[in-house]
Design a protein. Structure first.
Length: 386
């Protein structure tokens, strides 16, 4: 967790701190009697006097996670006909359209755009996931597309606001329903030239509030040279415009992360092909697009980069995408909102116990703005009372 995220939970965790103190003193006095037994390569702990069983926490966490299930909210943005719905079906092997359940939220915004979110319960090997796809069918379809990013920005912020309201409720739910947009897949039309002003504008603004994963749509319409050239041009344009797409360099956790993510950053944007049609190729069932010249296998990484996108979103980075949403994007929204509302509240100094201000691990600018408007002192007062 980032420093920021840590601080948020602190005020709610004062009770827990007593518990962790006990842990510290216990671990001091219960060091294994044979500290070298693990180092000697003893895998089995049957009859091993020094075995405590801390590793069993992993199994407990797995069981809890299996029971709770997972939530993932993906927004797809791009002009009509770029293959957004098809790609979602490809990603989740058509489970998205087949298992379509309650269309839970429908928001109509006049003029520019209509945002629709549809939830699906999907399950694989006993692991349940509630996948919500937020579709934005009319994005960029108008003649004048000025400010067409605004309804999407508003939608994203509305989800943060809903979460914040649940969080600051006195009677908080055991699990706050999470409708925050974890990831926004932005579909770039396969023109082979460069980004359009609308692409730059959208990604420049939205990359500050949500994880953006840009893709080149319908990449089968480009030759390999055109594709490489286009990808390189887009990377340069993103850099030139200061657009930080996912995985953002500044949020890499350590050197190992950096190494893995640098490889991904070198490949972005993924040139993808989508299909929900199944074919038999060499006796194997595949998802593909059949043409007169042959069949494009969407999951074959020599044909297109769909598999890289799938791995990033589902197999390797799903948890990280959610973590960045919670600890960076939502956190920025939360701090800003609490600052705003506290700026409007004037405290009577006598209402608060006197507490010496001290540094709190927040970045300096955030920290000082919090202290000037009274949030910090109120926060400390609460912590003191508990
Ligand atoms: N050539 C090609 N066509 C695609 C691809 N993905 C989808 N299509 C086709 O493009 C059309 C529009 O797809 P759809 O998913 O409805 O686009 P959406 O409006 O962005 O949701 C359909 O006829 C799809 O079969 C692709 O990767 N390559
Ligand atoms: Mg669609």
């Amino acid at each position: 967790m980032t420093k920021l995220g840590h601080l948020v939970n602190k005020s709610m965790d004062t009770l827990g701190s007593e518990v962790s103190l006990c842990h510290i003193s216990m671990s001091e006095s219960t060091k294994p009697l044979h500290p070298n037994s693990q180092a000697k390569g003893e895998k089995s702990h049957g009859g091993d006097f020094s075995y405590v069983g801390i590793d069993a926490i992993l199994e407990q966490m797995r069981r809890k996670a299996m029971k709770q299930g997972f939530e993932l909210n993906i927004m797809v943005v791009g002009q009509s006909g770029l293959g957004k719905s098809t790609l979602m079906n490809t990603l989740f092997k058509s489970k998205v359209s087949r298992k379509s359940v309650q269309p839970n939220l429908e928001e109509r915004i006049p003029k520019t755009i209509e945002i629709k979110s549809i939830s699906h319960d999907i399950e694989e090997k006993g692991v349940r996931m509630k996948l919500t796809v937020i579709d934005t069918p009319g994005f960029g379809d108008q003649i004048n597309n000025e400010n067409c990013w605004q309804p999407l920005m508003r939608f994203i912020n509305d989800q943060y606001e809903a979460y914040l309201q649940e969080e600051i409720n006195i009677n908080r739910k055991k699990r706050i329903p999470d409708s925050r947009v974890h990831c926004c897949i932005y579909f770039i039309p396969p023109t082979g030239h460069c980004l359009r002003p609308i692409d730059v504008e959208f990604m420049r603004r939205l990359s500050k509030v949500v994880n953006i994963v840009p893709v080149i749509a319908k990449a089968d319409t480009l030759t390999l040279e055109e594709r490489d050239y286009f990808k390189q041009t887009i990377r340069e344009e993103l850099r030139a415009n200061g657009i930080d797409v996912y995985p953002q360099k500044e949020f890499d956790d350590d050197a190992e992360d950096r190494l893995i993510n640098d490889k991904i950053r070198e490949m972005i944007p993924f040139a993808v092909v989508g299909s929900d049609q199944e074919y038999q190729v060499n006796g194997k069932r595949i998802l593909g697009r059949k043409t007169k010249w042959g069949t494009i296998e969407v999951e074959n990484s020599t044909h297109c980069e769909f598999a890289h996108l799938r791995d990033l979103l589902i197999r390797t980075h799903m948890q990280n995408i959610k973590d960045i949403t919670g600890s960076i994007h939502y956190e920025m929204y939360r701090v800003r909102r609490l600052n705003e509302s506290n700026a409007n509240i004037s405290f009577e100094p006598s209402d608060l116990p006197t507490v010496e201000p001290k540094t709190n691990g927040l970045p300096e600018e955030l920290s000082s703005s919090l202290q000037t408007n009274g949030v910090t002192s109120q926060h400390k007062a609460l912590t003191h009372e508990m």
